[in-house]
Design a protein around this ligand. Structure first.
Ligand code: SMO
Length: 742
């Protein structure tokens, strides 16, 4: 019998409540334990000699002077470190070029910042001194830009559609490389006792890191243990095993000592994985009445010089999500990936979803202009009807549930779009440069499995272990709410561990907006089954399961079973579960943005955001809103200011937060109105969808459209991300803008 049948949907005493995060008390008291906080006795320090050059075969690498410095324990390049790699790559795009990682540079330099040698010493000063003595020369020959057609999605007679179209609109959008920038930079502490390699790692995927580290270092996975730590943000930047992790662990293994590497902000900017990095262009064929006849798109993604485990997720997402929430049968989407002399590009909050949404939403506005239809009307006309869900898209994706037209309708009403439009016309008439942008988006929320386990502790409390990891989302709080409703106990009787290898053999972690949809469903199912076990056990032990305690409160039953089992010397009752999601959940949303542009300076103020989101079943509205606002901040950063820049020699220009512009509190919109209009997912028992990445998807598209609306017909080419005040200022003056200004 499945848990659903056994216990209905559980009660709803805890789910749906805006509980404050149970995690915060400890963290705010400074009692968090991050990887960099580990200070084991006799710990050696590792630092990396990173290439100051962008490319070329290594013609000289002097390490001898560094090795001779007192206090230096070891200096390794790829040759002396011993066999490391290759790393594994998720083969999501079988035709894309896989470029695994081998730890340190092997004979060639492929990017500025690439780890070439590792220096291990007794203290930081000697290690830094040793780094100064290392010299590197190369022949300067580039590794080249190898392009591959990584995928193609075709359906219907696209050529015919364009031939018969009344209107054809097109757009080009460049997505600069951006830095995930979690508060806590990457870090790794590894120790080896002769049997087990123990690694503290700031990661989103501890189980996979265990398996990856074992494979890369030639160990059995049972000989590798990843120690659970607090993680201070990740955003995709800690999703895949990195060279520094592997090399630090290899050194610990060789030296049989504990070795610590704590990355700095500068190192993260220089050589952590980046996000986005795509050139997207598309055209759309439109009938006289505004119906979309066909979509043709070409997406070109930069991979950098190697492919981390999830490298293909973003390009694949961008392609498969098209044509977004719109009903378009005829499509031709070509996906290209290419290698470059740059650090690796990997997933970053949004991971292909923003690229798809911005492309479609630019096209929709252009289609409105071309047909003379209202921007809302042309969207409304082309949205997939709710009755068509679950259903397949032209790219073969299965959308589970949603009502896109209802989202748009709610946005119109709740934001008062027609009044806002009138207000903008009034402001324009008095000389203000203001604009309104609309965007709709859909968001796939993870595939595969997750694990969960529950244990009844001797005092009657519940220990809940979820395979999903936590890096600030409030996983423990949300997990406790799910369990509390199934077991009919208060949340404070539940203690949660996240992605702990001490508690679970396997799991995935937190990425791809899968934590609640998949991890939460695993927990929901195991809790439903555990409740049945508890009742059965209570009966078997001869306990009264009805009269003791308040109705809807199982504390007395749990305590009774726990005490009785302890009295009889039985081990704590425990149940574990592996949930495999049959389908992906697809969240969706509709956003309106209002911007004001200062005509003198080009400065953009986002005055107001209205956002209606379908996140499926909501476990904790406060946490959901936190995720949405965090994503909004990062989405705003991507569209207005963030950009990793290299000069013509491949040197990083944006090497610190003085040069790389992260949004600050003062950049946030004056007003944010978030409303939820949820349709439960049909893809999982919890009915949940994802929300972690949503803000990076719809917000940038709406802001981009609002800026176009404000400045008028300057052409899509002229307004490429990030839309800095300088670019806007020039666009206002030149009228047509100038690509060379980038
Ligand atoms: S970009 Mo995410 O952590 O899948």
């Amino acid at each position: 019998m499945d848990a659903e049948q056994a216990d209905g949907n559980g009660s709803r005493r805890w789910k749906g409540r805006s509980l404050r995060r149970c995690e915060d008390d400890r963290l705010l008291r400074g009692e968090g334990s991050f990887t960099g906080d580990a200070a084991p006795a006799d710990c050696l320090l590792a630092e990396f000699f990173r290439s100051p050059l962008a490319c070329g075969r290594i013609t000289r690498l002097d390490l001898d002077e560094a090795r001779a410095i007192p206090g230096i324990v070891a200096v390794h390049d790829a040759e002396t470190l011993g066999p490391v790699g290759p790393s594994s790559v998720n083969p999501l795009l079988p035709r894309a070029e896989m470029m695994p990682m081998f730890g340190l540079a092997h004979g060639r330099i492929e990017a500025v910042g690439q780890p070439v040698a590792v220096v291990i010493g007794e203290n930081r000063n000697v290690v830094l001194d040793a780094l100064e003595t290392i010299a590197l020369e190369t022949d300067g020959v580039s590794g080249g830009e190898r392009q591959r057609e990584a995928g193609r999605w075709q359906s219907g007679d696209v050529e015919g559609a364009f031939a018969s179209a009344a209107h054809i609109v097109e757009t080009v959008l460049d997505h600069p490389l951006v830095a995930p920038s979690p508060m806590e930079p990457r870090a790794c502490v590894a120790g080896y006792d002769g049997t087990v390699l123990r690694v503290r790692l700031s990661t989103q995927t501890p189980f996979r890191c265990r398996d990856d580290l074992a494979a890369i270092l030639g160990l059995d996975p049972s000989g590798v243990h990843i120690v659970n730590t607090d993680v201070g943000g990740a955003f995709g930047g800690k999703a895949s095993i990195m060279p520094e992790d592997v090399v630090t662990a290899a050194c610990a293994l060789r030296l049989r000592r504990t070795v610590r590497w704590t990355g700095s902000r500068a190192e993260d900017l220089l050589s952590a994985t980046r996000g986005r990095g795509a050139r997207t262009c598309a055209r759309m064929a439109i009938a006289d009445d505004g119906r979309i006849l066909a979509l043709e798109a070409k997406l070109d993604f930069d991979l950098g010089h190697w492919t981390p485990y999830s490298a293909f997720a973003a390009p694949r997402n961008a392609a498969r999500i098209l044509p977004g929430p719109y009903a378009v049968d005829r499509i031709d989407i070509r996906l290209v990936t290419h290698r470059s002399d740059r650090p690796a590009v990997n997933i970053y909050r949004g991971a292909g979803r923003p690229e798809a949404a911005m492309l479609m939403e630019r096209l929709m506005d252009r289609a409105a202009d071309a047909t003379g239809l209202d921007r809302l009307a042309i969207r409304r006309q082309n949205l997939r009807p709710a009755e068509s869900l679950p259903g397949l898209t032209a790219t073969g994706e299965r959308l589970d549930s949603g009502d896109y037209a209802a989202l748009l309708r709610r946005l119109e009403i709740d934001a008062g779009l027609s009044d806002l439009g009138k207000e903008l016309r009034r402001r324009r008439a008095v000389g203000e440069t203001v604009g309104l942008g609309i965007a709709l988006f859909i968001e796939p929320c993870g595939q595969g499995f997750e694990t969960a386990a529950l244990t009844l502790m001797p005092n009657g409390d519940i220990h809940a272990a979820t395979g999903t990891s936590a890096q600030g989302q409030g996983r423990a709080t949300a997990t406790s709410q799910i369990v509390a409703d199934r077991l009919h106990v208060p949340v404070d009787r539940i203690e949660v561990t996240t992605a702990s290898l001490d508690d679970l053999d396997d799991g995935i972690g937190a990425l791809a907006s899968r934590g609640t949809a998949i991890g939460g469903s695993a927990m929901d199912e195991v809790a439903g089954r555990f409740m049945l076990c508890l009742r059965e056990e209570a009966r078997a032990l001869g306990l009264d399961t009805t009269g003791n305690g308040r109705p809807g409160d199982s504390c007395a039953v749990l305590e009774g079973v726990a005490h009785e089992r302890a009295r009889r010397g039985l081990p704590p009752l425990s149940l574990s579960h592996r949930y495999q999601t049959p389908h992906e959940a697809w969240a969706s949303g509709a956003v309106a943005a209002i911007v004001r542009i200062d005509g003198e300076t080009g400065d953009i103020a986002v005055e107001r955001i209205d956002w209606i989101d379908d996140t499926g079943e909501v476990i904790n509205p406060l946490l959901v809103e936190g995720q949405m606002r965090g994503g909004l901040a990062q989405g705003l950063g991507c569209v207005l200011m963030e950009e990793i820049l290299h000069d013509t020699n491949g040197q990083l220009v944006t090497g610190s937060l003085m040069d790389y512009a992260l949004p600050r509190a003062s950049d946030m919109p004056y007003e944010v109105h978030i409303r939820s209009k949820s349709v439960p997912s049909s893809a999982n028992p919890l009915g949940a969808k994802g929300v972690g990445e949503a803000g990076c998807i719809g917000i940038p598209a709406a802001i981009l459209n609002a800026i176009h609306d404000a400045i008028g017909a300057v052409g899509d080419d002229a307004l490429q991300l990030p839309l800095t005040s300088q670019k806007i200022w020039r666009a206002l003056r030149v009228g047509t803008g100038n690509r060379e200004l980038r």
